[in-house]
Write a new protein. Sequence first.
Length: 218
Amino acid sequence: MRAQAISRRRKTACVRVLIADDHPVVRTGLAAVIAQEDDLCIVAQAEDGARAVALFQEHHPDVVLMDLRMPEMDGVEAIRRITTEFPDARIIALTTYDGDADIHRALAAGAQGYLLKEMLVTDVITAIRSAWRGARILPPAVAVKMAEHARTKDLTKRELEVLGLVARGLTNKEVAVAIGRTTETVKLHLKRIYAKMRVSDRTQAVTIGLRRGLIHLE
């Protein structure tokens, strides 16, 4: 029934778009640009991931522009929930984060494409139309990010936790207390992190971790 509902929606005169972003200025700006296109129309706007899921269930939009970093529920989880319930949902991750880890998370969750907010408005409009036609949206700049680290080993959940704590300025002893392990265990985790990331110290590890989107400071 849900699939039939979406199919019926896609026979309407315009491509129906849902915008999900926690910044009102971004939502307003995108809506204003999209409204100028005869074949596109805005059906709803969401300020967080949970609202985006609810609005998708209500309106069954043709294409969703989904910010990844939002309160209540982030964009990745919202994408995952929507695509689990509606496998043919067409969602474009739209964000300021260009790390390959962020890209992988969005695509793994079910996003059809990934765009950076710094890209030209015309790129967003083109992406919406392409997504509607079923095309994969992965601009060259984003594809390069993914290729740069395609052969690197993934950090474990614990290693990501340790790296995140280090990024917050915690000492090895403080990290050990935070994760309930010994200082020697923390040193071992850091050694493995350095090896996987091909760096020699914690400063380099944190810098690359932030750039790749493995961790975020919030």
